[in-house]
Ligand binder design. Structure first.
Ligand code: SF4
Length: 114
């Protein structure tokens, strides 16, 4: 167990994705593009803008991804395909949060589960 509550937060996110480990990447991609809440224009002029700065992007992620039925699949797919090169908002997380969660995810997938 991590002594740092921030690291615990990212470890919990990584552990939450364990059930998707055996799902093929193509299936995840199909789920996300078919069912992702952001894949269809909302027509809402107040839709948040992703600007590449943590705090606003955390807020944008919360607004864009809230209620999306495929958040876990989206995050798993992004970790597999982009890893640390991830940009923008995916899986309900801003870039820096996703990179930290990706590190915890990589550690788990490399046998770091306790
Ligand atoms: S989790 Fe967010 S970024 Fe991913 S598909 Fe859903 S709405 Fe889009």
């Amino acid at each position: 167990m991590n002594a740092n509550p921030v690291n615990d937060f990212y470890a919990v996110i990584a552990a939450r994705l364990d059930y998707l480990e055996a799902v093929p990447t193509e299936v995840l991609s199909t789920l996300v593009t078919r069912d992702g809440a952001c894949m269809w224009p909302s027509g809402d002029p107040a839709e948040p803008e992703v600007i590449g700065t943590d705090s606003p992007d955390r807020s944008a992620a919360a607004q864009i991804c809230v209620g999306c039925p495929v958040q876990d699949a989206c995050l798993e797919l992004e970790f597999r395909t982009a890893g640390f090169a991830t940009l923008g908002v995916w899986g309900g997380l801003a870039e820096d949060d996703r990179r930290a969660a990706c590190l915890a995810w990589c550690e788990r997938r490399d046998g770091g589960r306790s």
